[in-house]
Design a protein around this ligand. Structure first.
Ligand SMILES: [Zn+2]
Ligand SMILES: [Zn+2]
Length: 220
């Protein structure tokens, strides 16, 4: 015997699937299967292409951003998002598990994309650097070669967590200008390099913090 919905009287069928003892429509009316906010705004940095999500700049597509905004009282089994940038609409099809059953639902919302440079890219383009790594040798060709390969390796590691705002050639080696000091120290430690650190006070920021620049010297 097929079920009859106690709310609307519909009979269970292939076209009218039930959730628990209610027909799908009546169930969804009392408790939405999933919902999206009235609009989703995605700020994306035009330089590094990262998006601002949950207070952080992360690598994520517009679709990821919309899916992250989807809320459901049930566990979400799968999602598929489609964005119509021109029409400023986003649509998410989701399958949620309700009382042991997989039920599909579709939600749509207003979508807006905005371009905004992230803080790191703004600092990078302004030449900001908290640390200078000085790689120094004896000026010989062998030492210069070693310094170049070391610089490439360090640069790659620094770029992963922060950014490099410049590389300067010096008489006995190279200077790497690193955005974040933390990233510079981590890179030096990862390569097991011995270094000495000196600090230079640049001034005091408007909110009273001391602005210092660290110079780390590596002698080969
Ligand atoms: Zn019903
Ligand atoms: Zn950026």
């Amino acid at each position: 015997m097929s079920k009859v919905c106690p709310k609307c009287g519909a009979r269970e069928s292939a076209e009218k699937p039930f959730i628990g003892s209610f027909c799908g429509d009546c169930y969804a009316e009392t408790r939405p299967l999933a919902s999206l906010p009235k609009s989703v705004l995605v700020r994306r940095c035009p330089k590094c292409n990262r998006a601002r999500l949950g207070g952080e700049w992360v690598e994520a597509s517009d679709e990821d951003a919309v899916v992250r905004a989807l809320r459901s009282p049930h566990s979400i089994v799968s999602t598929e998002a489609k964005i119509d940038v021109e029409g400023k609409r986003a649509r998410v099809r989701a399958i949620v598990e309700v009382e042991g059953q997989n039920v599909s639902t579709a939600e749509s919302t207003r979508f807006e994309a905005q371009r905004k440079q992230c803080e790191e890219c703004a600092l990078r383009s302004g030449g900001y650097h908290e640390a200078i790594i000085q790689l120094r040798g004896d000026g010989s060709e062998a030492a210069n070669k070693k310094i170049e390969s070391l610089a490439r390796n360090l640069a790659r590691r620094i770029e992963r967590d922060s950014f490099l705002s410049g590389v300067k050639e010096q008489k006995f080696g190279l200077d790497l200008l690193a955005g974040r000091k933390r990233a510079a120290v981590d890179a030096l430690k990862a390569l097991d390099l011995d270094f000495t650190t000196e600090y230079k006070l640049l001034g005091v920021t408007r909110d009273g913090r001391r602005a210092v620049r660290a110079t780390m010297l590596v002698r080969l």
